[in-house]
Ligand binder design. Structure first.
Ligand SMILES: Cc1ncc(COP(=O)(O)O)c(C=O)c1O
Length: 407
């Protein structure tokens, strides 16, 4: 059955040749005729088609605050369902060409795209996904919501390496054709470790797996140049890269995430999404963020945060911390956080109980909230600390030392 709105020529000669999208996307989704509205055909005139409120909103102006500018926007109209300009700017930034906007899908944060990918590919109660713990928790949560079992192929965790077991991933997929999605996170959360592109390509080209390989690049802006797999989406039909404006761009509040993939998958996601998922205020802010000046500002902020990350790593490696039982950081340190093991002061071994006590004392007695990750695979005793502002980092280091001294 042809995928609605898709030029069948786009399905000819996929790379890799074994990949068949029509065996991955659920039949009910392939058959879907997306929601249509009159505005798809007519955008001007007296618009009495969508049951909007003709009088507009009634939010009072407060006089001179930034929100007043926003109140002049057509907030009573439904937003543009296509948002082509945002997609074109993302395509230019990530793929080097505006006209590749057909490779981009926009979601309400990457969290919406994570759920949508499971819904379009996996039959509840039947299909499975594969994850590589330790990893981002939402893959498991969305799998459970969608009634999907999870096959776990842990990362190689020894010494905080956090690398893929490519052969084990291949074995798991070839012995279970119900696995439809492989979830990789690069740089990983909580590992901060980028996945080498050669490992990703090896999985993409493995003929024993006919599904999508999803690479979640939420933290990619903090990693070294050349770490992103985004450009593979213009070459391979079976890869989907997730990105977000929540991290490098500092826009977690506007909820804007993106999938970058072959136009066939983008068409399927577009057919399935709620028609007006990206709000007009979010779209306006995203366009500004993706303007030349916005990009310049984002890159400057990323530079400041990565410089602070390195300074924090140096500080935690000094005797002032190591003598109090802070171990060498784990993982690749290529995101806007660091992962630190707390050690037992007698044995020198990672100590999750001590880490949990420090976590609680930091939050409840010292006003600093970090994340306890001691229960994650390969992360015994670990706390994950987001890089803050210079002032926040300074206070955090001081309070951290106090907490270490006291427990
Ligand atoms: C790996 C990873 N992916 C996705 C997300 C969610 O991003 P968004 O804000 O775009 O939904 C997060 C948030 O922490 C994350 O760590």
């Amino acid at each position: 059955m042809p995928i609605h709105g898709l030029d069948p020529a786009l399905l000819a000669a996929p790379k890799p040749p074994h990949f068949d999208i029509e065996r991955v996307i659920r039949p009910n989704i392939q058959a879907l005729h997306p929601y249509r509205c009159a505005r798809d055909d007519y955008q001007s005139g007296i618009l009495l088609d969508a049951n909007e409120n003709a009088l507009g909103h009634a939010i009072p102006r407060s006089g001179g605050t930034e929100i007043d500018d926003m109140l002049d926007v057509d907030l009573h109209r439904y937003p543009d369902p296509a948002q082509v300009e945002i997609k074109a700017r993302l395509a230019e930034m990530r793929l080097g060409a505006r006209d590749k906007h057909g490779h981009v899908f926009l979601g309400v944060g990457s969290d919406e795209v994570i759920d949508l990918l499971m819904r379009v590919c996996c039959v509840p109660g039947k299909d499975r996904i594969l994850t590589t713990p330790p990893t981002y928790g939402m893959y498991g949560v969305c799998a459970q919501v969608n009634d999907l079992e999870v096959t776990k192929v842990p990362l190689r965790v020894e010494g905080g390496a956090f690398q893929l077991h490519v052969d084990r991933i291949k074995d798991a997929c070839s012995s279970d054709p119900s696995i439809k999605l492989i979830w990789l996170c690069s740089p990983g959360n909580p590992t901060g470790t980028p996945i080498p592109l050669r490992d990703i390509k090896e999985i993409l080209e493995f003929p024993g797996f006919n599904g999508f390989v999803v690479i979640d690049e939420a933290y990619i802006d903090f990693a070294a140049e050349g770490s992103s797999a985004a450009k593979l989406a213009t070459e391979y039909s079976n890869v989907c890269i997730l990105q977000t404006l929540s991290k490098g761009f500092g826009l977690a509040a506007i909820r804007l995430g993106a999938a970058i993939a072959h136009p066939a998958l983008i068409q399927v996601l577009t057919n399935t999404k709620a028609p007006y998922n990206i709000s007009t205020p979010s779209a306006m802010l995203a366009l500004q963020a993706l303007s030349p000046k916005g990009l310049e500002g984002m890159r400057a902020n990323v530079k400041t945060l990565t410089t602070s990350r390195e300074a924090l790593l140096r500080e935690f490696a000094t005797p002032a911390f190591t003598q109090l039982g802070v171990g060498a950081s784990l993982g690749g340190n290529s995101a806007n956080f660091i992962l630190l093991p707390i050690l037992n002061r007698q044995t020198g071994e990672p100590d999750s109980q001590r880490a949990a006590r420090i976590y609680k004392s930091l939050a409840e007695e010292r006003g600093v909230v970090v994340r306890y990750r001691g229960n994650e695979l390969g992360c015994a005793g670990c706390l994950r600390i987001t890089v803050g502002t210079a002032e926040e980092n300074e206070v955090m280091l001081k309070r951290f030392r106090e907490a270490l001294e006291n427990m």
